[in-house]
Write a protein that binds this ligand. Structure first.
Ligand SMILES: C[S@@+](CC[C@H](N)C(=O)[O-])C[C@H]1O[C@@H](n2cnc3c(N)ncnc32)[C@H](O)[C@@H]1O
Length: 280
């Protein structure tokens, strides 16, 4: 990421979650604050590119993003039912969970790059979204700062389990930063878990998907947030050897779970991205 610049990809993802609330029916992911947090930007975006939301590639990306958020919150629900009372959003972006959830006793830690987090706080204030006492902001650059220290100072308990959501972040990290963060999660008590998404290596994709990957890759690089790491399913399993149970969803599994029986055509495109949950 560009130092001192809030994440542009975080804004783009938030815009798509917001668009989903007004463009798609039925909702895959219901977020009553998604439109509010992006302010007037959603209407400006729709006005500027009125047909974009219907283009297959654009809709395909939106489909993946809303499935990703819904999947993470379903996993959190399971963790909460099993007694987990800490939820940590790693690279939270403009995620609104902390301001709309109804889980008594749940503490939510929002970890993000300091520049992105400062910008988010301005967005929250501008859109008059209240911040509950159960939410704690933890500014951390995964590449340069010690996540354990920062979380500890913020009141995170390493003696209790936590569920982590790490959505849309892994691609942008160095392998070192990915492993350091994963090691911290792997050291949390049994009952903890993490959901994240990852991309398959470009060379494992079909030629037309390689072109789509190149296009997205060029756009995020232009935004100052180039893709850095990809994994094969075998490689990611090897990274997760400290975890007891893994669910790794490929495109057909995600489509079956979140896009069956729709009549509006909203669905995933391509097979580059996968959703994974690992439990301690
Ligand atoms: C594509 S956005 C996803 C945001 C959010 N998880 C969501 O799904 O809406 C990527 C996020 O990763 C964060 N990020 C990227 N590199 C980071 C780093 N080195 N340290 C901390 N956060 C980072 C960005 O600030 C941004 O919030």
């Amino acid at each position: 990421m560009v130092e001192a610049q809030p994440s542009k990809t975080a804004f783009r993802v938030a815009l798509r979650r917001a668009a989903h609330q007004v463009v798609d029916y039925p909702l895959v992911f219901s977020d009553p604050l998604a439109v509010k947090i992006v302010g007037s930007a959603l209407q400006e975006e729709i006005a500027r590119t009125p047909d974009k939301r219907r283009r297959p590639a654009s809709a395909g990306l939106r489909a993946f993003l809303v499935a990703r958020s819904q999947y993470a919150e379903e996993q959190l629900k399971t963790a909460y039912a099993n007694g987990v009372r800490q939820y940590c959003l790693l690279g939270a972006g403009l995620d609104t969970f902390a301001y709309r959830h109804s889980y008594p006793g749940l503490r939510v830690f929002e970890v993000d790059h300091p520049a992105t987090q400062a910008w988010k706080r301005e967005m929250l204030s501008a859109s008059e979204i209240g911040i509950p006492l159960s939410a704690t902001f933890v500014p951390v650059d995964f590449e340069r700062q010690d996540l354990r220290n920062q979380l500890g100072m913020a009141g995170f308990s390493f003696d209790h389990p936590c569920f982590f959501a790490w959505l849309g972040v892994v691609h942008y990290l160095s392998l070192d930063a990915f492993r350091t963060t994963l090691n911290l999660i792997a050291a949390t008590p049994p009952g903890s878990g993490v959901t994240f998404d990852y991309s398959l290596p470009r060379e494992s994709l079909a030629p037309h998907e390689q072109l789509e990957y190149d296009s997205l890759s060029a756009r995020v690089a232009l935004a100052g947030e180039p893709f850095q790491i990809t994994f094969t399913p075998e490689a990611i399993r090897a990274e997760l050897s400290a975890f007891a149970r893994i669910e790794d969803l490929d495109t057909p599994s995600i489509a079956t779970r979140f896009f069956s029986n729709r009549t509006d055509g909203l669905n995933l495109r391509g097979s580059a991205s996968r959703l994974l949950t690992a439990w301690r």
